[in-house]
Ligand binder design. Structure first.
Ligand code: HEM
Length: 400
């Protein structure tokens, strides 16, 4: 059955003048070829491409799929992708994945995340004050969206305040696709060495923070110091650019829909729903989640054979009109916004989602409350990161 399907080339190019919408070809694929072959690595591999919400959930929830990118033929973005260390557990299968995920589950429960609300509010106010003090115009990405999540992750991990600047500056280089490869490797090594030292320090002198609790797992023999430091680096990698992009895109989407701004102030539930709808509409994980079938899996009229790769397009699934009425419209009052798959689905579903939600629920209403005249600087353009794994603005010139 698989051989009768046409092979496409995946384009991440968005339509001219529609930077917040997925590439237009996705709507056609959902209608005409919801599961099709896609050509990657210059035609050397043809994994399956899944575009509909229902099928995306079926594949992601299947116990027969692997996330382990070191498997030969796994549909990573680049053919020569290196194997990830175990602490980067989004790229591991159980039981390795489960060991790390279990060690962290409590860190993202309501009580712990609520404890980060006050620091997040304070960090955000300081960053905004800093931007305003410059008199404007300013790059909102550089001034607010990018530093906020990495400073919040400092709080989450327990990085001492005096070392925030060191952590923040290396973290910024790490996710900067324009930085030279050597610079990024150096930043990665500096952060790794820093985190290993922090784990060792907290093993000797535990505090009430995530790194101390990772240190306790090292003491108990669950994993090594190296693994614990890798988990810290992975949390930074997973939670920095993603949240930064959602903040930037969220502001842009709201600037384009000023009539919907009152929903942010209509109550706690309305604000929470507005954030869910923005997550659905903007779906920043735009290059698709990658998996490999370990057994034959039937999805719709297709059998994905054991050993075949699959790419699941979350930004297509979240615009599926079978699930979301008028799916291409931003509607902050949408009743089923929470059904989105912007955080993935199944055993690897985003662990940091309560933190991401909390940050967005603080930042978005507060930006427009403090800066009711916020706008893009006339005559200048917002620049977008087209090919990075998380879609978002790289430059956002604002005035207020
Ligand atoms: C709006 C912001 C965010 C978005 C859209 C997002 C999206 C995602 C997605 C789609 C996955 C699934 C990957 C897969 O199945 O292959 C994921 C996994 C993950 N995310 Fe997030 N994420 C965000 C913020 C965060 C934050 C703030 C953190 C923590 C600081 C975080 C930590 C993680 C972790 C640890 C995983 C791996 C879970 C596992 O494999 O079990 N994320 N995220």
């Amino acid at each position: 059955m698989s051989d009768t399907h046409t092979t496409h080339v995946l384009s991440l190019s968005r339509a001219e003048g529609a930077p917040l919408d997925p590439p237009p070809q996705y709507a056609r694929l959902r209608a005409e070829a919801p599961i099709s072959r896609i050509s990657v690595w210059g035609g050397r591999a043809t994994p399956w491409l899944v575009t509909r919400w229902e099928d995306a959930r079926t594949v992601l929830a299947s116990p027969g799929v692997s996330s382990q990118s070191s498997r030969p033929g796994f549909p990573t973005a680049r053919e020569e992708a290196a194997a990830l260390p175990p602490g980067y557990f989004f790229g591991q299968d159980d039981p390795v994945h489960d060991t790390f995920r279990r060690a962290l589950t409590r860190e993202f429960m309501v009580r712990r995340i609520e404890a980060l609300r006050e620091p997040t509010t304070r960090i955000f106010a300081e960053l905004l004050d800093g931007m305003l003090a410059g008199g404007g115009p300013a790059d909102f990405v550089e001034a607010v969206a990018l530093p906020l999540p990495s400073l919040v992750i400092c709080e989450l991990l327990g990085v001492p305040y005096a070392e925030h600047e060191f952590f923040q500056s290396h973290s910024k280089v790490l996710i900067d696709t324009a930085a030279a490869a050597e610079e990024r490797i150096a930043a990665h090594e500096a952060l790794g060495a820093y985190l290993r030292q922090l784990v060792e320090d907290r093993r000797r002198q535990p505090a009430d923070d995530l790194v101390s609790r990772l240190g306790a797992h090292v003491e108990a023999g669950t994993f090594s110091v190296r693994d614990a430091a890798d988990v810290g680096a992975f949390l930074l990698f997973a939670g920095h650019e993603t949240t930064a992009n959602m903040i930037g895109l969220g502001v842009l989407a709201l600037l384009a829909h000023p009539d919907q701004l009152p929903r942010l102030y209509a109550g706690k539930a309305e604000l929470a729903n507005a954030v869910e709808e923005l997550l659905r509409y903007l779906t920043i994980a735009h290059t698709g989640l990658t998996r490999m079938a370990l057994e034959d899996i039937t999805v719709g009229d297709v059998t994905i054979r054991a050993g075949e790769g699959v790419i699941i397009l979350l930004n297509s699934a979240n615009r599926d009109a079978d699930v979301f009425d008028d799916a291409d419209t931003l509607d902050l009052a949408r009743a089923n916004a929470r059904q989105h798959v912007a955080f993935g689905y199944g055993i690897h579903q985003c662990l940091g989602q309560p933190l991401a939600r909390m940050e967005l629920q603080i930042v978005l209403p507060e930006v427009f409350r403090r800066l009711p005249n916020l706008r893009i600087e006339p005559g200048r353009d917002v620049a977008f990161k087209q090919t990075s794994a998380a879609y978002g603005p790289s430059f956002m010139p604002v005035t207020w």
